[in-house]
Design a protein around this ligand. Structure first.
Ligand code: ATP
Ligand code: MG
Length: 539
């Protein structure tokens, strides 16, 4: 922790030291580190002159665009609390986020601005809206085109430098409110401090060093003459992973970030080739979509050095595939949640190849324990399955405006994760399922992930989800929704027989439905099982 940048303002200053190296790439826009820094100082000065003060909430309501991080670091360097909202949300959902966070200022892109319409005027605390990329003139008195204050991305290099605001900010000040994905209920705003967020930088460095240290070797020092690292940004900035585990460490380390207007695997391969990107991943589906793409051989993807993902379960087969395609690469899998400011465990390189079904041990200065799911809570011995609890520098202090949920979820610095897991003797963590993502068939527990992993082992299966379907006497029965790989074939009977050969009879899906495209996922890559259940319940 000695060299930890205490706040994201220091991370920003570190970022500036990378000078004229390219930082952000978006279609024909290219922004170097110095230009980025200058745009941030203009954003901060604008917010300061409008009257934003330490602790005020500033919302960002945009898809991945170069102005997203400018708004983020601009507001943070004033001590404001940044509240990014999910760009996939509808007008009423965005209104919920703005009202719940009490945002004084919102920085929005033109699509979200149009989508919000009148909802923008139902937010009593909102005093100013900056809209980026508006084509038409804006007539509302408190809505201002962002470009009139900071210019467009390709102009940032020409900006003069403004002094950063001098307000005192400490590592334990609140920095952000990120909303959880809403997989199990209404999204909750998790309040992260500067320390919580910056802990990802050191978690990543320590994970990279671990395999070397275990072999008794010194981890390699960064080679200044090596080509610049670069990542394909396939996850949104408005979720903790994209912002804390990708954006902030990339700024710190001087890595390039290539963003896409819309996720498309073929376009992604083109960008990897053109920009010679060294990293890809985000969520496991992203990696699969590239690996299984029929046109993959048409692209030069040899620059890839690491394929790292997290946020959702991944099939053990993925590691083998990655090593097959990029034999020298380092695959990585991590576990985390919005409440742990992204990274809390990490598995990489040969550790991951040896334990492809584990999300790894806890990152430094972090503790994991397995507790009984029901009260009275007690710690379970190694190897037993229970609820995962986590404590460390990344665990947030609570939920915004939700004292009850905060008291239930955060206990003496530990976060109760709601995930079922077990630990092995060396501290490797194995996520079994969400405590809520299991079903009980006539008294027998079925962990969805176990059946899904079995289906993934079938050569024709690309995507699979198990859901519980109500049953009169058994309570629930397992049913599967499956997408096949392009050109592959399999019948319902064949898939059921495949599972029956490998798992106990009560776990075999009573029905398998084929889905024509990849399964519906939310912005964070998580399968929306509630949508899929309707297939069985509503026919
Ligand atoms: P909500 O809490 O609003 O219902 P959510 O839990 O999906 O939504 P996030 O904070 O984005 O919101 O996701 C965290 C969850 O993602 C974890 O609790 C866990 O269930 C899942 N997850 C994260 N990483 C992994 C992983 N490597 N393997 C399996 N599951 C993972
Ligand atoms: Mg959750």
């Amino acid at each position: 922790w000695k060299n930890a940048p205490p706040t994201l303002r220091e991370t920003l200053l570190m970022g500036r030291s990378h000078g004229d190296k390219i930082f952000l790439v978006h279609e024909d826009e290219r922004v170097n580190f110095e230009a980025f820094y200058r745009a941030v100082t203009h954003m901060a000065a604008e917010l300061e002159s409008f009257g934003v003060q330490k602790g005020d909430r500033v919302a960002i309501v945009m898809r991945n665009l170069p102005e997203w991080p400018v708004a983020f670091y601009g507001a943070l360097s004033l001590g404001a609390i940044v509240t990014p909202l999910n760009a996939w949300w509808t007008g009423p959902e965005l209104e919920y986020g703005l009202v719940d966070s009490g945002a004084k200022v919102a920085i929005v892109d033109v699509e979200r601005y149009e989508r919000m319409g009148e909802h923008l005027h139902n937010c009593p605390d909102l005093k100013r809206v900056y809209v980026s990329r508006a084509k038409e003139e804006i007539t509302h008195p408190y809505v201002i085109p962002l470009e009139s204050k900071i210019g467009g991305a390709n102009d940032w290099a020409k900006l003069d430098e403004k002094p950063l605001p001098t307000v005192a900010i400490t590592a334990d000040d609140d920095a952000t409110i990120f909303y959880t994905s809403g997989t199990t209920g209404k999204p909750k705003g998790a309040i992260a401090t500067h320390r919580n967020i910056n802990s990802n930088i050191f978690a990543a460095a320590a994970a990279g060093a671990r395999a070397f240290l275990r072999r008794g070797e010194a981890p390699p020092q960064p080679d200044p003459s090596a080509p610049q690292k670069g990542a394909l940004l396939s996850v949104p900035f408005f979720h903790a992973t994209g912002c804390f585990a990708v954006l902030n460490p990339s700024l710190f380390a001087g890595a390039k970030l290539a963003m896409m207007r819309k996720w498309d695997p073929e376009r992604a391969m083109q960008v990897i080739q053109d920009e010679k990107l060294t990293q890809m991943g985000g969520v496991p589906t992203i990696a699969w979509q590239i690996i299984e793409h029929p046109n993959r051989a048409n692209y030069d993807l040899s620059s890839i050095e690491a394929v790292a993902y997290g946020g959702a379960p991944s099939a053990p087969e993925l590691v083998r595939k990655i090593k097959e395609i990029w034999p020298k690469s380092s695959p990585g899998n991590g576990w985390g949640m919005t409440e742990t400011s992204a990274t809390a465990t990490s598995n990489s390189a040969e550790d991951y190849e040896n334990r492809p079904d584990s999300c790894g041990p806890a990152v430094p200065v972090t503790d994991l324990k397995i507790m009984t799911v029901e009260a009275p809570y007690r710690e379970l011995p190694i190897g037993e399955v229970g609820e995962l609890w986590c404590k460390g520098p990344q665990v947030v202090r609570g939920y915004w405006n939700k004292p009850e949920a905060t008291a239930q979820t955060f206990v003496d610095g530990w976060v109760r994760t709601g995930d079922l897991a077990r630990l092995d003797a060396e501290g490797f963590c194995f996520i079994i399922d969400r405590a809520k993502d299991m079903l009980i068939r006539g008294g027998e527990n079925i962990y969805c992930i176990e059946v899904e992993n079995c289906l993934y082992d079938h050569p024709a299966v690309m995507d699979a989800a198990l859901v519980g379907v109500p049953h009169k006497t058994l309570g629930e029965e397992p049913a599967a929704v499956v997408t096949l790989k392009p050109g592959a074939e399999a019948t319902e009977a064949e898939l059921r027989a495949f599972v029956a050969d490998r798992l106990a009879a009560f776990k075999v899906p009573v029905k398998v439905v084929f889905w024509p495209e990849t399964l519906p996922r939310n912005a964070n890559g998580k399968i929306m099982k509630n949508e899929l259940k309707k297939v069985f319940v509503e026919g």
